[in-house]
Write a protein that binds this ligand. Structure first.
Ligand SMILES: Nc1ncnc2c1ncn2[C@@H]1O[C@H](COP(=O)(O)OP(=O)(O)O)[C@@H](O)[C@H]1O
Ligand SMILES: [Mg+2]
Length: 292
């Protein structure tokens, strides 16, 4: 389902986010934002990018085209930055690319208005995939030619960092209080009524089939990539019924402490919140004070 291209030139790193993606040119003359298998966040963030990104596209949300990019690390030999050299050396083979949107700007909710229906669709989708990375501090939304585009789904499907926790993610609320689109009164109920019937097991299986098998190898407890794909489908499908009612839109927490995304930067699984009596344990609190 994903086209495959070969990187021909490493242009420049994108230092705005945390994962050091790079802009590359490819043999189809396209320009892509490339996410590297050798990055510290690991290949699971690339799995999430593909699965969630394709799902969003299939639900009618704008996500730039995703491609598989073959990388021969030799193209980085003249790269002066040691950090970039190391990344390229560690990422030979298949990586992820997203069509680069030239001249796009990060969405500023004070300068760009999103209607309640569209905001609802994005929040409902983020609740489905448990995206913890669409907060007002770090929207991961671009405006290009006057329209909103969704990028960076690496911090979704967080249960795949700890598979035994995945079944329990089914009923978890999604705290969208700090979601960048929360100020636009997202109509999550209407979005759920519209989108939930579209998220069939067939659709999820199509999206999972597009994840390269080599990123799904050697997962403890799973015999092969197809078994793992089936687990992604099962986990996401189980989350759909009643999802809109589990979206929490409370007061934004503008001055909360930074919470380092340890599960993204290291190999640790996501921590469970155990503060009984406080907010319900949520599939996602939007991370605060952290740019990724
Ligand atoms: N397809 C794209 N077109 C244009 N700019 C992009 C695109 N994807 C990412 N960027 C820019 O690169 C930055 C980092 O990319 P992102 O996917 O958010 O990676 P990270 O995981 O590092 O946060 C974004 O904040 C945005 O400014
Ligand atoms: Mg980002």
């Amino acid at each position: 389902m994903l086209r495959e291209v070969t990187a021909t030139r490493y242009v420049t790193p994108l230092r705005e986010g945390g994962s050091l993606p790079g802009i590359v040119e490819a043999d189809d003359l396209g320009t892509y934002v490339m996410k590297f298998t050798g990055a510290g966040q690991g290949r699971k963030t690339l799995v999430a990018e593909v699965l969630a990104g394709l799902l969003a596209q299939r639900l009618g949300l704008r996500v730039p085209e995703l491609v598989r990019i073959r990388l021969d690390p030799v193209i980085g030999l003249s790269e002066p930055d040691e950090e970039v050299q190391d990344l390229l050396k560690a990422s030979g083979g298949l990586n992820l690319g997203m069509d680069y949107l030239p001249g796009s700007l990060g969405l500023d909710p004070l300068a760009f208005t999103v209607d309640a229906a569209e905001a609802g669709r994005v929040v409902w989708f983020d609740a489905l995939v448990g995206n913890v990375d669409r907060s007002w501090r770090n929207p991961n939304l671009l405006v290009w030619h006057g329209e909103m585009w969704l990028i960076d789904h690496g911090a979704s499907l967080i249960w795949h960092h700890n598979w035994p926790s995945a079944p329990a993610s089914r009923d978890k609320p999604y705290d969208a209080s700090d979601h960048v689109l929360a100020p636009f009164a997202p109509d999550v109920a209407a979005a759920g009524a519209e989108l939930a019937p579209l998220v069939t097991e067939e659709l999820l299986a199509e999206c999972a089939a597009a994840v390269p098998g080599e990123w799904l190898l050697d997962e403890p407890g799973f015999a092969d990539p197809d078994e793992l794909r089936a687990a992604y489908v099962r986990t996401l499908a189980a989350r759909v019924p009643g999802l809109a009612e589990r979206v929490v839109l409370g007061e934004p927490t503008r001055d909360g402490p930074s919470r380092a995304p340890g599960w993204l930067t290291g190999a640790r699984p996501p921590r469970r919140r155990s503060d009984a009596g406080g907010r319900p344990e949520c599939e996602s609190g939007q991370e605060r004070g952290v740019r990724r």
